[in-house]
Structure formats: C-alpha cells, structure tokens
Design a protein around this ligand. Structure first.
Ligand code: SAM
Length: 320
C-alpha cells in the first residue's frame, strides 16, 4: 500500500489513455470493441487527438501483428509479449479475437490498475470469454494467471527485485524471443529506473525487441506547454530530459549494443505509414482542419523500435 500522490496521478493516466482510445473507437477510427468497458464517463476528443490516437493504435497493432506472424513463420519459437504499464490496453483481447497469439502474453501495472482491469474483464462476457480456459484470479483479485495470459501487479521501479520474479514464476522464459511494449510508461519513470529495466533486458533476454511510444522534444514552446499541463496535474515526465529527441531515444538501445534501433515521430509515421485508402477513410469520419496543430502535436510523440540481435525473426519485422 502507501501509494503517494504522484503515484495516484500516474495511475490516473491509464484513464486518459482509455478515454482517448474509446473516443477513437466510437467514432470509427480504430476497431476496438472492448475499450468502452473500461471507460466511464466517455468523452469525445478533438479531431486532432483522435487522429493521433489512430496513429498510435496503428503502430502498436502493426508491431504486435508482425511479431506474431513472424513467430508463426519460424518453427522453433513460441515467443512472448510483455506489456510494461499496460493500463487498460485491450490489445490482448483484440488479438485473441483475431486468433493471433504469441506463446505467452504478460501485462504489468500497479495493483490498483490491474485489480480494476481484472474486475472489468470478469464483468463483461465478451472479455471474459476470451480468457484462456485455465485462467485463475489471484492476489486478492489484482492478478490473473493462465498458461497464455498473465495480468501481473507490480511496481516497475522495482523491476528486478519485484517484477522479474513474478514474470519467471508465471512462465516467462528469457530464452524465448520476446517483444516488450511500452506506451507512455517509461517517460513517467526516473531515467535510472527505466534504464535499469532496459539494462536487465539487455543482459537477460538474448532475443529481445521493444516498441516504445513516448513523448519527446520538451524544449520548444509546444513541448514546454505539454510539460506545464502535466505538471499542473502533478505529473512529471521524468524521462524526457534524459531522452529528449529521436536521436537519443534510438541511441538509448544502440549504446547498449542492440543491433538495430529506429525512431520515428508520429507526424512522420502519419505521412509514411498510413496508406492513401486509410487516410481517405479517416477524412470522412471527421473533418480535420488544424493540420499545423496536428503536426506540432505529433512531432512531440515518437515510436522507437529496437531489437537486440540480428536474427531471421527480427529481420522480418519492419513496423516503422
Ligand atoms: N500503456 C497503456 C496505454 O497506452 O493505454 C497505459 C498508459 S498510461 C499513460 C501509463 C501507465 O503506466 C499507467 O497505467 C500507470 O499505472 C503505469 N505505470 C506508471 N508507472 C508505473 C510503475 N512504476 N509501475 C507500474 N506501472 C506504472
């Protein structure tokens, strides 16, 4: 127990993320029939936010799907996915529904969040029915354990002492190819804590890939505004000054000896990775006339995709 005010504020960001995702889902930007179960009350976000949420969802889904499909194409490995600070992310359920699954899927967040998530899953048959049949509730309702999906409670600031033993106990195999996912999570940690997570991965998981989606560029006027807004809500982007640019976020992995690392901001991702047909579809959903503002906002978020070893499996992935 004993969460600080700052911890409560950070936990609250999982609601923001879910509200944005629900807004984009309801308006038809993204196909997520599950997120509405986690959101109350719903809020309609501005068109430029919905467009950003679409790109974020597109990049994450694309990476998860490419990884699972690449695993299917190689015979030896079953693979694992580990979602750091998963919040109310519904990707596991979306993938299950599509029949896309890696060997094991782990989600980690504070117990306060995982307890809400587990309870919501159990209240809604469309979610509950997608849980593996051997699922058991544990830790007073804050954890779900099964052979393929584990929802684990833990503090990422105590990664090696607290989170890793739980992962191992639930079947995490460091020798399997593993995709880590961090969406707006590492940025809230002190860089010493997030560096520690990445150092652990570097040393302990020989075949690791990671997709991060985090804020960047604190230094211009827009970046300063973003930081001030969050600070007013007791939220500090602690990692932002340690890894403030595309260059530094990709260097973060290369300097630890990872084989490949690519960083792309969301504005570039929108221009390069969303095809023409999809853009036409989005244009019909909502009129977006604030292109300058969208670009400015989108330049302050970045995907980074990195992998540690040059294997056939990871060579097949090209999500950005
Ligand atoms: N990744 C989810 C998404 O994109 O919808 C949630 C993002 S939310 C902005 C940040 C999440 O990180 C919250 O759910 C929060 O509880 C979690 N988080 C932040 N610091 C954490 C820590 N020290 N230990 C565990 N979870 C943490």
């Amino acid at each position: 127990g004993g969460a600080s005010n700052a911890d409560h504020a950070v936990q609250g960001t999982s609601n923001d993320a879910a509200v944005s995702r629900e807004s984009a889902a309801r308006l038809g930007y993204i196909a997520d029939p599950y997120i509405r179960h986690f959101v109350k009350p719903a809020q309609r976000r501005a068109p430029l936010i919905n467009r950003g949420t679409f790109c974020r969802f597109h990049g994450v889904q694309n990476t998860l799907c490419q990884f699972i499909q690449a695993l299917g194409a190689t015979t030896q490995a079953s693979g694992q996915i580990v979602v750091l600070g998963a919040g109310f992310d519904t990707s596991f359920f979306i993938l299950e529904k599509e029949g896309l699954s890696a060997g094991k899927y782990f989600e980690i967040d504070f117990a306060e969040i995982t307890a809400k998530k587990a309870a919501t899953i159990y209240r809604h048959p469309d979610l509950k029915s997608l849980l593996p049949s051997d699922t058991q509730v544990a830790m007073g309702g804050s954890e779900l354990h099964s052979s393929r999906y584990s929802l684990l409670s833990g503090d990422l600031r105590q990664f090696q002492s607290h989170v890793v033993p739980k992962l191992i106990e639930r079947g995490f195999d460091p020798n399997e190819p593993t995709l880590f996912l961090s969406e707006c999570v590492l940025i809230y940690l002190d860089p010493e804590h997030s560096d520690h997570i990445i150092d652990w991965i570097t040393l302990s998981v020989p075949n690791a890939a990671i997709l991060t989606y985090e804020q960047i560029r604190p230094d211009d006027r827009f970046g300063q505004m973003m930081i001030d807004n969050l600070r007013a809500r007791q939220l500090e982007l602690r990692g932002l000054h340690a890894y403030p640019t595309l260059e530094s976020t990709s260097q973060r992995f290369l300097s630890r000896g990872w084989h490949s690392s690519t960083a792309v901001d969301l504005a570039a991702y929108h221009d390069r990775c969303i095809d023409e047909g999809e853009r036409k579809r989005l244009a019909k959903l909502e009129f977006l006339d604030e292109w300058e503002e969208f670009t400015l906002l989108a330049q302050h978020y970045a995907f980074t995709f990195a992998y540690s070893r040059d294997t056939d499996l990871f060579q097949m992935l090209c999500p950005l």
